[in-house]
Each structure stands twice: as C-alpha cells, then as structure tokens.
Design a protein around this ligand. Structure first.
Ligand code: NAP
Length: 294
C-alpha cells in the first residue's frame, strides 16, 4: 500500500486521525458541487500526488454538541452525510478509484434480552433521529453499488470512538461531562485499533459493509470507575456519577452490540474492549497530567 495514492476527505476528528496515521493528504476544502471535487483533486495531483487510487471519506455532520443538533440542521445533515459522500463515490466510479466510506453502526434498535450482536446483513431500523436516517440513506446508496458489483467500495461502520487522547468527541471525555451514566453495554471503536484495522482492510482492498468495532461491549460505569481509581492515585479530581437505566434516557439514542464475525472471517481478530479500556484510561490520564505539566 502506497500512502501517496490515498486522499482523505473530511478534516474533522476522524479524518485527521486517518490522514495522520496513513501519512496521506487531508483534503480541507469545502465541497458544494461535483466540480469542487474535480478541482480539489486536480490541485493536489498537480502538487505532488499525481496518482489517486484510494479515496477515504470522513466528511460528515454529527452536530456541534450532539446528534440532536441535526434536527435543527436537516439540510446540512443530508448534504454532508448523503450528498457529499455520493458525489465522492461518483468521482471514484468515474475514475475507477477504490472508495472507503466512514459510516456508522448506530443504525438499529436493540433488545438486550433477545437480540444477538448485530451483523452487517441486518436491515437498519432506527429512524428516530435525522442523523441516523442520513447515515442509513448513504449506506443504502453505497450498498446498492456494492451489491451490483458496480464499483469498489468499503463501508466501515464505526461506533462511539474511544481514545487515549483527549478530545470532545472521545467517549471518555463525553462520560466525564455527564453526571448520569447509562448501564447498557455498547459496542465501541477504540481509535488506535480502528486505524490499524482500516489500514489492513485497505491493503487487502476489502469491499462491502464491515462493522469496525472492538469485540465485546463496554459498560460505561466500568470506564469511569477505573478513571476514578487512577485519578485518586494521581491526586486528580474524581468524577461523581450516577448509574441510570438506559431506558430512562429522555433522548432517542442507539445502544447496541455489533458482531465482529465478518472482521474475523477476513482474518482480523479485534481486541475485546474489556482488554483495551484499562490501557486507554491509563494513557489518557498520563496525557492529562502531561498537559497540566504535572
Ligand atoms: N465521531 C463519532 O462519534 C462518529 C461515530 C460514528 C460515525 N462517525 C462518522 O464519521 C464521520 C466523521 O465524523 P467526525 O467525528 O470526524 O466529525 P467531524 O469532526 O465533525 O468532521 C467532519 C468533517 O466533515 C467536514 N465537512 C462537512 N461538510 C462538508 C462539506 N460539504 N465539504 C467538505 N467538508 C465537509 C467538516 O467540516 P466543517 O466542520 O468545516 O463543516 C468536518 O471537518 C462522519 O460521517 C460520522 O457520521 C462519527
């Protein structure tokens, strides 16, 4: 795999991480039309990256504060989450480029008592949020082309990013902002693992929809309990929280477990999130201490 042949669109939280890890250009220009894509790629090709073979799309709108913001910004939501990725896929179709789309796994209702971890084949059924409807719409557009074998496309469904580097979108930062923590176990994408797996999938030119999450599920109170254990040890403030039944949350949210069987069938064995979060919190606290100069 040659990083010089790859371009990442979407200079946000996920896109920056991907471009940094894969050491490839991060496209920062706004896309309003198909011509914008042609122009931006022509420019980057003329400035030392002439041979584009892979385009990774991390463009999207997830809301400034939360996905609830998408309700007030429906046009922006559909434009960034459906129109722009479709235009990028069209560019890839025209130029015979492998297209990698960063999708979402938050597409389902889930009953913890009867449901098995959700496979890629299950039909999405969560229509309660504009954000999710837009993610379902683009997945359907891309799935249609994948099924018809019309072009080379990979959709990576990620879910609730967790990382050791503080960032407002990091699950650890999020739970540290909340006083009430839900009790449901959830599939999580640990970003350092995501980046390594993404690289393998691209190198193998895997096509189709793939749940790109860690194995198992994370119980958020465990994450905070371990954070408080280490915070106390390091004489840092602990975070008070109350555990609530996830069904008592007032806002519509997806809580679910996703299957990693497809990843395993490709030969990728993602770590169980339970084996990962302790190291993640340890490194996160070190980063906080480093930032404070402690
Ligand atoms: N973060 C999560 O929790 C999460 C979970 C699952 C899936 N995902 C998916 O991962 C993708 C990336 O999410 P993220 O967390 O990295 O979001 P982000 O930080 O908001 O990044 C999205 C980027 O897309 C850019 N963008 C939006 N519309 C654009 C347009 N018309 N032209 C060019 N750039 C445009 C944004 O630029 P501006 O800010 O300038 O508009 C921003 O830089 C999204 O598709 C999201 O649905 C994220």
């Amino acid at each position: 795999m040659n990083s010089g042949n790859m371009l990442v669109f979407g200079a946000g939280y996920i896109g920056r991480k991907i471009a940094e890890f894969l050491v490839c250009p991060l496209m920062r220009g706004k896309i309003y039309t198909y011509q914008d894509i042609e122009d931006q790629i022509k420019n980057i090709q003329e400035s030392g990256y002439p041979n584009t073979q892979i385009i990774i799309n991390a463009v999207g709108y997830v809301g400034e504060n939360s996905v609830d913001d998408c309700e007030q910004n429906q046009e922006k939501t559909y434009f960034s989450n459906v129109t722009v990725p479709t235009l990028l896929a069209d560019y890839c179709l025209k130029h015979k480029i492998y297209f990698v789309h960063i999708g979402s796994g938050c597409l389902y209702h889930y009953n913890y008592e009867i449901d098995m971890p959700v496979s890629e084949e299950k039909e999405p059924d969560f229509f309660d949020l504009t954000y999710v409807r837009s993610k379902i719409a683009i997945e359907k557009i891309l799935a249609n082309r994948i099924q018809a074998d019309a072009q080379r496309i990979l959709v990576c469904r990620i879910r609730i990013p967790l990382d050791y580097q503080p960032h407002p979108r990091n699950l650890l930062d999020k739970v540290l902002r909340y006083d009430r923590i839900i009790d449901a176990r959830n599939s999580i994408t640990y970003l350092p693992d995501f980046l390594k797996i993404l690289k393998i999938l691209i190198a193998q030119e895997v096509r189709g929809i793939v749940n790109l999450v860690n194995a198992g599920g994370l119980y958020y109170p465990d994450l905070l309990t371990y954070y408080n254990f280490l915070a106390k040890k390091n004489k840092m403030p602990e975070h008070d929280f109350e555990v609530i039944d996830y069904r008592d949350l007032e806002k519509p949210r997806t809580n679910l477990l996703m299957s990693v069987d497809k990843l395993r069938s490709i030969g990728i064995m993602p770590d169980n999130i339970k084996d990962v979060y302790v190291d993640c919190v340890t490194r996160y606290i070190s980063n906080l201490k480093g930032a404070d100069g402690q």
